[in-house]
Write a protein that binds this ligand. Structure first.
Ligand SMILES: Nc1nc2c(c(=O)[nH]1)N[C@H]1C(S)=C(S)[C@@H](COP(=O)(O)O)O[C@H]1N2
Ligand SMILES: [Mo]
Length: 406
């Protein structure tokens, strides 16, 4: 792979649209824009997007309405925050209706003072807001099987990024007082599946939050209203929604969700268990599968990078299938365990080619190729899919401007 070049200088003095467009600025607005002559819609107490906007979550055809997953339309997202209404969803027993006035979080087990926290009590405690992604461990699993998604929503739509507000789990554990033998925390949800996961105490005390806020308002029901666990950077499955109970224990509980699923079977037959961290990943969201470029010339290649291990340090983009790489510009703020937006202006000459991005996080970890992942972890067949897939995602650009998966 050839050396990487810095982006900005090569583009700074260019006109991206071309000289012809200058004339448009001289034409009065009424000629080009639709003129509005009627009185607009009344004010609304709770806002809605424009009726022209169509961006939506995608449900797999097979799933029953209540359970399963929906995928976030990453290609439509601007910046780094996923709108709450378009955050991906994954639930095992549908979305329960939980009354916040009745909801309580119980903390018990290896603690000095077991306690029930009402929502009112939780809101009185010192709070924090933090921007973090949540990614399902199964995101992009079909890429591994060689059955890639046709669009970035299909291939990578099980990840989203929000600003979350709530209380540090360490604050709550300090309130109840940990006994010396405490090592793990079992978190349990109030939904019918009684979803439960064990989390090592070290992580619980490091950066786990118990959150009630999402993007400036209350959590959406789909995200666990009124209360969820937020375990930054780890597979989404441990961020237990509709959180009702935290049981402090001395060893992992081995619940169904950590023993039967969410372990990675290795080529030698051993299981890779408690592979919690989502490793450095990135995907070009535009141009991406299903899109159509309308003619050669300047375009902006843009996408999202994220890492469960920390901040994104660098994203390289190749416009020739990985033969050469250019360093993309990273949009500030570049946050810990959050989406990072990358951009690279590029002049398409009309040739057929392959576009691909590659991220590196602050630990020096570089996003691997699919071949490297298969060499290290083997090939797993079956309905469960492959967890923790973070391989490079190439998009093919055809001469007619059509973008498809490779
Ligand atoms: N109580 C409960 N928590 C849950 C789940 C669930 O079904 N029930 N699904 C988990 C899985 S597999 C994922 S990937 C994330 C998804 O969070 P989201 O729906 O807010 O995107 O929630 C996790 N927490
Ligand atoms: Mo998940």
């Amino acid at each position: 792979m050839k050396s990487t070049t810095r982006p900005s200088s090569r583009f700074s003095r260019r006109s991206f649209v071309g000289a012809g467009s200058l004339a448009i600025a001289a034409i009065p607005a009424a000629v080009t824009a639709e003129e509005v002559r009627t009185i607009g819609v009344p004010r609304r107490e709770y806002g809605e997007r424009s009726s022209f906007e169509r961006s939506a979550r995608l449900f797999p055809q097979t799933s029953t309405p209540g359970t399963g997953a929906s995928r976030s339309p990453l290609a439509d997202q601007y910046g780094i925050i996923t709108p709450s209404s378009l955050h991906f969803e994954r639930h095992h027993s549908g979305v329960p209706t939980v009354d916040p006035a009745l909801h309580e979080l119980a903390i018990h087990g290896l603690v000095e003072r077991p306690q029930r926290f009402t929502m009112a009590l939780l809101r009185r405690l010192p709070s924090v807001s933090r921007i973090n992604f949540i990614e399902c461990g199964g995101n992009a699993g079909r890429e591994h099987r060689g059955n890639p998604g046709a669009t970035v929503q299909q291939s990578h739509g099980l990840v989203s990024c929000s600003e979350w507000t709530g209380v540090r789990l360490s604050t709550l554990l300090n309130e109840v007082g940990l006994k010396p033998s405490a090592r793990w925390v079992l978190a349990e949800g109030a939904d019918a599946s009684r979803h439960a996961r064990s989390i090592p105490l070290s992580k619980a005390l490091e950066d786990v939050l118990v959150v009630y806020g999402q993007n400036g308002e209350a959590l959406r029901p789909e995200q666990g209203y009124p209360l969820r666990l937020l375990v930054p950077g780890w597979e989404g499955n441990v961020s237990v929604k509709w959180l009702r109970r935290l049981h402090v224990i001395d060893q992992a509980m081995m619940t169904r969700d950590e023993a039967a699923s969410y372990t990675d079977l290795m080529p030698d037959g051993r299981a890779r268990q408690f592979s919690f961290e989502m490793e450095s990943n990135s995907v070009i969201t535009s141009p991406s599968g299903g899109q159509q470029l309308d003619g050669r010339g300047w375009i902006e290649i843009t996408g999202l990078a994220w890492s469960g291990r920390g901040r994104i340090e660098q994203v390289d983009v190749s416009v020739d299938g990985g033969a050469t790489w250019s360093q993309a510009e990273l949009q500030a703020p570049i946050l810990n365990k959050a989406f990072t937006r990358f951009r690279l202006p590029w002049r398409w000459q009309g040739q057929e080619t392959v576009l691909v991005s590659r991220s590196r996080d602050e630990t020096g970890y570089v996003q691997p190729t699919r071949d490297a992942i298969i060499a290290a972890r083997g090939m797993k067949e079956g309905p469960d899919g492959f967890n923790h897939y973070n391989g490079l995602k190439p998009w093919k650009l055809a001469r007619d401007g059509k973008v498809t998966h490779v």
